[in-house]
Design a protein around this ligand. Structure first.
Ligand code: NCD
Ligand code: ZN
Ligand code: ZN
Length: 400
């Protein structure tokens, strides 16, 4: 069978370092099967499944379940992220070595949804993951600085009477963790950067001369930004629609602009979706009761094109870098994020750069429908995804 790919842009398959697949525990909102379908349709060939499941992925049994289920579904490389601490409680390190040596071969560890806020636990996590050749992906939020119903502490929140999550809650913990990673010579990946100040902290940390502190020559700091933080701002909160509630919160227009520039510059390495499906009753409710998070897998490319390509900040080469090459390097996935050698099974995505489409939550492959882009017309469409040499999505349909 020949699939016609005339006029399309070919890119290495996208790699998402930050996906919530909700299995085990919340299969009413997403499963590894439905999340993998959304990933394939979004152009992804690898996704990192976050550890905040129920039970938490803090042991070999859970990570092997996620890994095995991902292989059975077979649409995308599902890589389980291991929890840094037992139960995401931030107290006791989980058995990182056991998870690393399990079939799942875990190398990325995160307490996402909960910051590793005890600096001693973070230091030990960095040293342990370094010994395992892995990386800690930090949910960057100092929880003692965030209060109430979670909106960016700024003009809009003040006008709406929402209490906040100030920029300093993110910036202070990112600064601390960059210093810790450089002290022990470890790898740190900063999740969902959302403020201009965090970009400044990263720029400073990445440009420190080697040898200034501890074993800093061996340290590697990387960071991700979500599509929604590139495009959306806290002005979206005006209608109190909980679809716009997310951790970290949508920030100011100035923050979004600084994030776009930092991504273009390479200060922020890559785009990660933080795809966070939620049940209707957890979104169609009072702002304060709603769960934070939004869908992202099937809209990520289009939002990156809108914010980075249409603005001239990135060309298609740059899109390949931030959606595929850098995340594959950060996570150590050798068969993703690079050109294909002759005869090798490819991981790639074909994109129609001129297509336009209108987002409808009900039409997405996810079980949940909480997209913040409902009804929005977005540029560029994934026409096909090839995973290990086999088409997994073509023309909007999953191919099993
Ligand atoms: C995430 C979730 O729902 O698990 N929510 C979110 O708002 N991003 C957790 C997280 O990424 O912090
Ligand atoms: Zn998080
Ligand atoms: Zn997350």
């Amino acid at each position: 069978e020949v699939l016609d790919a005339g006029g399309l842009v070919a890119l290495p398959g996208f790699v998402d370092l930050h996906t919530h697949l909700r299995e085990p525990g919340r299969e009413d909102t997403e499963t590894i099967a439905t999340g993998s379908a959304a990933a394939a349709l979004g152009g992804y060939t690898a996704v990192f499944a976050m550890a905040n499941t129920d039970p938490v992925a803090d042991n070999a049994v859970v990570v092997e379940h996620v890994w095995r289920r991902g292989r059975e579904v077979g649409l995308v490389d599902v890589r389980p992220v291991g929890a840094v601490t037992v139960g995401l409680k931030g107290e006791k390190l989980a058995e990182l070595g056991t998870m690393a040596r399990s079939l799942a071969g875990v190398r990325v560890f995160s307490d996402d949804g909960h910051c590793v806020f005890d600096p001693l636990v973070m230091r030990r996590a960095l040293e342990y993951t370094k010994a395992l050749g892995g990386v800690v992906a930090q949910h960057a939020e100092e929880p003692r600085l965030t209060v109430g119903a979670q909106a960016h502490e700024g003009e809009v929140a003040a006008r709406l009477g929402l209490t906040g999550w100030p920029a300093v809650a993110e910036e202070s913990i990112v600064a601390r963790d960059c210093l810790l990673a450089q002290h022990v010579g470890a790898r740190l990946h900063v999740c969902h950067v959302s403020t201009a100040g965090t970009a400044d902290v990263l720029r400073w940390a990445k440009n420190r001369p080697a040898g200034v502190a501890g074993r800093m020559a061996e340290a590697v700091i990387s960071a991700e930004v979500t599509p929604h933080h590139l495009l959306l701002t806290d002005e979206r909160l005006n209608g109190y629609d909980p679809v716009n509630k997310v951790n970290p919160p949508l920030r100011s227009g100035g923050d979004a602009e600084a994030l776009r520039r930092a991504l273009a510059e390479g200060v922020i390495d890559c785009v990660a979706t933080d795809h966070a499906p939620h049940a209707a009753q957890d979104k169609d409710c009072e702002w304060s009761a709603a769960r934070p998070g939004m869908l992202g897998l099937q809209t990520a490319l289009s939002v990156v094109v809108r914010t980075m390509v249409e603005t001239g900040l990135l060309d298609w080469r740059g899109v390949a870098r931030v959606m595929s090459e850098r995340p594959a390097e950060i996570a150590g996935l050798p068969d993703h994020g690079r050109p294909i050698a002759a005869g090798e099974p490819a991981n790639l995505v074909l994109v129609d750069p001129d297509a336009r489409w209108t987002v409808r939550g009900a039409e997405l492959a996810s079980l949940a429908t909480n997209t913040p882009y409902e009804g929005m017309e977005l540029p560029a469409r994934v026409v096909g995804t090839v995973f290990h040499g086999r088409p997994t999505a073509w023309d909007g349909k999953v191919r099993h």
